[in-house]
Design a binder for this molecule. Sequence first.
Ligand SMILES: [Zn+2]
Length: 193
Amino acid sequence: MFRFQSQELPLNLINTEEMKRGRLVDSLSSADNLKLWIQEMNANQLLEGYCSHTLKGLEVTREWLEEALPVIRDFRAMLRKGLEEMADHGVPEAGWVERLEAVLEKAPLIFKYAGSSLAAIPLEKGPLGLISVIAYQTLTLYAEGKLQSVRRCSNPKCIWLFMDSTGKRKWCSMKICGNRMKAERHKQSVPTE
Ligand SMILES: [Zn+2]
């Protein structure tokens, strides 16, 4: 159900919202959707090294999901604002970094040796633990200068963001938006009789 076009958690989280036929579709609109998102992120190894250990050991109960849903959606809105500012101006809005730091303060992480890397594991087993992990990855990407390559998809009907490491990429996905835009341009260039 979910299309993950990034290895990065913050982008995968904000891209759970998309435009379909001019309408905003939120794939995290219910506790069941959220459960599916976590399952699919795990199945794609996207939580590996972060909180997969916690989430696997954690019983993601109905209660957990109901509590998590508004927390994660609020966090997603905050995340989107900062990333859109990065895409438009190269810097996040004032106070954004501090807001991410505050998330980490509420649910600190511990680190465990996991072979080739350190796994960051939240002490907090509730939903704050999950957003803490995403805040940590966002701040890490920012500190490494990688968030500076966040771009908006060139399809004006698409609200997805992506990281452009090559400096040449225009679409969130060549398969979807790239081809769609090409087809549309082609339609416009064919003279009508
Ligand atoms: Zn797109």
